[in-house]
Write a protein that binds this ligand. Structure first.
Ligand code: ADP
Ligand code: MG
Length: 659
C-alpha cells in the first residue's frame, strides 16, 4: 500500500479569497450563493454566483446537473469549491468544480496536508483508496524494519530514509510546491526511484549469479570447423568481429555458462560470428540452436547456415510455425536425435521440442524477445547440472539506460565497425505527390547500370495485404518503366520462387526489385544502390534503419528515398528527420527509445516487463550512476534483505531462475 504512490496532488490547505483568484490557477475557495440561474442558451446550463467577504464574485458553471443539485444551491448557503479558474465574458468562473456545502461556522477549516491523487485501481473508488493508504500510513510509525538500504549509503548519497520519503510523497506539508513534488529530482522521489532501479539491477544480478552457479559444457577444441569456415569465406573478419569472436571463444571454453550480448549495427556481420560460435559447440559433439523473432529473419539465417555449414558436412534442421505435420515430426525427431545445428523461430521453445545435447543457444534481435523468452529457451538445454551457453545478438544497440535495467545480466560486446567498402547512405524524405520524379530517378539509375529496391509498406501487419500492394506497385512500375527488368518478391511466394527472384536480382538480371518488408533482413546485393520506401511514415525507426541497411553495401554512393503521405504526424516527422540526419544505429536507437518509450522499444508493453512504478530509465539516467555506486554495499547485505528489496518493487513478476 505504501508504495502505491500518488500521481498528483490537490492543494486544499489554503482558501483563496475571491478577489485574489487568478485565471489559469487551480484553487480552493469558499463563497455564499448569491444567485442561481438556469438557462438553455445552446445547451442547458446552470450558473451559480458566489461571493465572500470581499468585493469580488465567482461564477460556477455546470453543463450537467440534476434537480437535487439545484436544491443544494439555495440562496445564502455556503459552498467550498475546488477547481480551475478561468476567464469568462462576465468575470472569473469555474466549470464543473468539485464542491461541498458547508455550514458558515465551518468556514476556513482547511486540510493540514496536500491531498494525494492516487492512480485509478479498478473496483476501488478514489476516496476509499485514499483512506486505505491513509490508514496504512498511520501504521508506518518509525518503520525501521521497512528501511532496506544501508544507513551509511543513504548518508553518503544524501538520500532521505524510506519512511520520510513515503510520508513526504503521500501527505506533503502545506506550502510544498506541486511542481517540486512532481520533479524526479525531489529528494523523496529520487530516493524511491533509486531504490526501484536498484531492485531491478539486483534482480538481474541474482538471475545471473544463479545461472552462473550452474555448470555448462566447456566447449574446448582445436577449432578446426571454425577455421574451415573462415577459409571458405570470401572475406576476412573485421578487427571488431575478430575481437568479439575471441571473447566468445573464451566464454565457451569455460565451465560456467556464457551470458553474452553482441551489439552491432545493421550489416556489421553478426551472423558469421554466431556461426563460428555454433561450430565451436558442434566440434565438441554438442548441438547449437539459433532463434530469430520472425520467420523471414529465421529463414535468412537458415540460408546462410546451410550455405556455410553444409560444405563442412554439418546438417542444419529447420523449425518454424509454418513447419507442420509430417515435416514437423521429422524435424522434431532430428532435433531429439542430435542434429548439430537447429535454426528456427519461437517454435523452438515449444514443449514438444527436445534436444539431445544443447550446448549453445543463439538468439538474434534480442530486444524483440522478452527476458523471459530468453530464459525459456535456455531451459531447453537444462539437464539438471548444466545449462547451455547463451549468445544474444541485437542490431539495435541498446541504450545504456535500458541495458543497465534490462540486460545487466549479460556481458556486452560491440561489433563497432562495418566491413570495408561500405559508404554512408544519403537519405531524403519526399512527398508522395512527387512520385513521378522518383520513378525518373530509378530510370536514370537503371540506365547507368545500378540496381534499385522499391519497398511497399502497410499499416496492417498482414503479409497478404502487403503482397497485394506490392503486386499493384509492380504492375504500375512495369507500365511506367517499360524498358527496365523488374522483379517482385513478397512473403506469400513459395520459398523456391523467392530464392529464384532474389538470385536474378543478385546476378543483375533484374534491375529493380519490388518487395514488401521481406527484404528488411539479410538481403545482400552490393550493386543495389537506390532504395525507395513507399509510405515510410508507417514504419518505426528501427525498421527503416534495417531496410536502409540493404543499400550502401558496395562502393557506389547509395541513396534512400523515404516517400511519405501527408499529413505527417509529429512522431512520423521526427522519425523521417532522424533518418535523414543520421546513419548511426546507436543514435537512431536512442531516438527510437525516446519516441516510443521503453515498453514498446523492448516489445514488452503488454506484459509490462519494462514496467516501472516510479522510475523511468530514460529520464532517470543520472540515477543509474548512484545505483552503480550503491550496488557493492547492497550486495554485501544479507540475502533476505536483497530478496525483500526485489519483492517490494518487482514482486511476483520476477522470473526466478528455476534452479
Ligand atoms: P548483421 O550484423 O546485420 O546481421 P550480417 O551478418 O547479415 O549483418 O552481414 C551483412 C553482410 O556482410 C553479409 O552479406 C555478410 O556476409 C557480410 N560480411 C560479414 N562480415 C564481413 C566482413 N568481415 N567483410 C565483408 N563482408 C562481411
Ligand atoms: Mg542479422
Amino acid at each position: 500500500m505504501w508504495f502505491l504512490l500518488p500521481r498528483g496532488y490537490e492543494d486544499r490547505t489554503r482558501i483563496t479569497p475571491l478577489d485574489q483568484l487568478q485565471a489559469g490557477e487551480t484553487a480552493q475557495v469558499e463563497g455564499r450563493v448569491d444567485a442561481v440561474e438556469r438557462s438553455f442558451r445552446f445547451r442547458p446550463q446552470l450558473r451559480v454566483a458566489l461571493s465572500d467577504d470581499g468585493p469580488s464574485s465567482l461564477v460556477l458553471r455546470f453543463f450537467h446537473f440534476n434537480a437535487a443539485q439545484i436544491q443544494q444551491f439555495s440562496l445564502g448557503s455556503w459552498l467550498r469549491c475546488h477547481g480551475e479558474v478561468r476567464w469568462a465574458s462576465q468575470g472569473l468562473e469555474m466549470v464543473h468544480p468539485g464542491y461541498r456545502r458547508i455550514r458558515e461556522d465551518e468556514r476556513g477549516q482547511t486540510r493540514a496536508t496536500l491531498d494525494p491523487i492516487y492512480p485509478a485501481i479498478e473496483g476501488v473508488g478514489p476516496a476509499v483508496l485514499a483512506k486505505l493508504v491513509g490508514q496504512a500510513l498511520q501504521q508506518l510509525g518509525q518503520g525501521d524494519a521497512l528501511e532496506l538500504l544501508p544507513q551509511a549509503s543513504l548518508h553518503a548519497w544524501q538520500l532521505p530514509d524510506l519512511v520520510t520519503s513515503l510520508r513526504t510523497l503521500h501527505s506533503p506539508v502545506p506550502g510544498t510546491s506541486l511542481a517540486e513534488l512532481a520533479d524526479p529530482a525531489h529528494p523523496a522521489r529520487r530516493r524511491l526511484i533509486i531504490e526501484e532501479l536498484l531492485a531491478h539491477r539486483l534482480s538481474l544480478a541474482r538471475q545471473r549469479a544463479q545461472i552462473r552457479r550452474l555448470g555448462a559444457l566447456p566447449l574446448r577444441n582445436a577449432g578446426q570447423l571454425g577455421n574451415a569456415l573462415l577459409d571458405h569465406l570470401p572475406f576476412s573478419l573485421t578487427a571488431a568481429q575478430a575481437r568479439v569472436w575471441k571473447a566468445i571463444r573464451g566464454d565457451l571454453n569455460a565451465a560456467a555458462p556464457m551470458l553474452r550480448l553482441v551489439q552491432g549495427d545493421v550489416g556489421s556481420g553478426k551472423t558469421v560470428v554466431a556461426a563460428l560460435a555454433a561450430l565451436q559447440a558442434i566440434e565438441s559433439g554438442a548441438q547449437a540452436a539459433l532463434m530469430a523473432p520472425t520467420e523471414l529473419l529465421a529463414e535468412q539465417h537458415l540460408v546462410n547456415f546451410q550455405r556455410w555449414l553444409q560444405p563442412l558436412g554439418i546438417e542444419v534442421a529447420w523449425l518454424a510455425g509454418k513447419v507442420k505435420g509430417r515435416q514437423r515430426s521429422a524435424a522434431l525427431q532430428r532435433v531429439a536425435a542430435g542434429v548439430p545445428m537447429v535454426v528456427g523461430t519461437h517454435a523452438l521453445m515449444q514443449d514438444a521440442v527436445r534436444f539431445q545435447r544443447l550446448a549453445l543457444v543463439i538468439i538474434d534481435e534480442q530486444h524483440r524477445f522478452g527476458v523471459h523468452q530468453r530464459l525459456a529457451l535456455r531451459d531447453k538445454g537444462h539437464d539438471g547440472e548444466s545449462v547451455p551457453h547463451q549468445l544474444v545478438m541485437t542490431a539495435t544497440p541498446i541504450p545504456r539506460t535500458l541495458a543497465m535495467t534490462h540486460f545487466a545480466d549479460l556481458d556486452v560486446s560491440n561489433i563497432d565497425e562495418l566491413p570495408p567498402g561500405r559508404t554512408p547512405v544519403q537519405t531524403v524524405a519526399i512527398d508522395m505527390t512527387r512520385r513521378p520524379e522518383v520513378i525518373e530517378r530509378i530510370r536514370v539509375a537503371c540506365a547507368s547500370g545500378r540496381q534499385a529496391y522499391w519497398v511497399c509498406t502497410l499499416i496492417e501487419d498482414s503479409e497478404d495485404i502487403a503482397a497485394q500492394a506490392a503486386q499493384t506497385a509492380y504492375e504500375t512500375l512495369c507500365g511506367t518503366l517499360s524498358e527496365a527488368r523488374i522483379g517482385l518478391v513478397h512473403g506469400r511466394m513459395k520459398a523456391a520462387e523467392k530464392q529464384s527472384v532474389m538470385q536474378d536480382f543478385k546476378s543483375g538480371d533484374l534491375q529493380l526489385l519490388v518487395a514488401t518488408t521481406v527484404i528488411e533482413v539479410g538481403v545482400d546485393v552490393p550493386n543495389a544502390s537506390l532504395m525507395v520506401i513507399e509510405n515510410a511514415e508507417r514504419l518505426g525507426l528501427a525498421q527503416l534503419h534495417q531496410l536502409r541497411g540493404r543499400v550502401g553495401r558496395g562502393a557506389a554512393q547509395s541513396s534512400c528515398v523515404l516517400m511519405y503521405q501527408q499529413p505527417l504526424s509529429r512522431l512520423a516527422r521526427e522519425r523521417l528527420d532522424m533518418l535523414r540526419r543520421s546513419n548511426d544505429g546507436f543514435l537512431i536507437a536512442e531516438k527510437d527509445l525516446e519516441l516510443r518509450g521503453p515498453g514498446e522499444f523492448l516489445g514488452t508493453r503488454q506484459t509490462g516487463e519494462a514496467g516501472f512504478r516510479i522510475a523511468n530509465p530514460l529520464r532517470d539516467a543520472e540515477c543509474l550512476d548512484v545505483v552503480d555506486a550503491l550496488l557493492p554495499s547492497v550486495l554485501r547485505l544479507d540475502g533476505r534483505i536483497i530478496d525483500a528489496l526485489i519483492a517490494r518493487w518487482i514482486g511476483a513478476s520476477e522470473r526466478y531462475a528455476d534452479v
